[in-house]
Design a protein around this ligand. Sequence first.
Ligand code: SF4
Ligand code: SF4
Length: 139
Amino acid sequence: MPSEATEACMYRGEEIFSCKQCGDCCKGYGGTYVSQTDVEAIAAYIGTEPERFAERYCTKSGDRLVLVQQESGFCIFWKDRMCGIHPVKPKMCKAWPFIRNLIVDPDNWENMASMCPGIRKGVPAEVVQKCVENMLGSE
Ligand code: SF4
Ligand code: SF4
């Protein structure tokens, strides 16, 4: 599920990520956080109210909302090997794997690569940081 940000980085020639469409990032890994903006966008997309969406499709992780998972461990919106809410999927899904945390902790890229087969290993920290900064600059 390459994001717009991912494609932008690849377009700039970084080529440190290429999604294999395996779906692993939609399974487990501590949950998919949703902001209030995400909640409102997804609720509108599936035709319900934000409050009802939060009750039906979210649970709490600390004081934050995360999407619930199916028994299989996949996200509730994972269906037929695709994201069922792709146009409005949460910000963290759109950004993956270029997440803000990597600017201060680029070494985490290697940990992420062990979970995501689309992430190239052995990428210099400064390249990881540059790509993430480029993506965040367009937010
Ligand atoms: S785990 Fe990585 S390679 Fe697999 S679908 Fe997610 S982003 Fe793509
Ligand atoms: S919202 Fe879509 S992209 Fe995000 S974890 Fe769920 S199925 Fe995957």
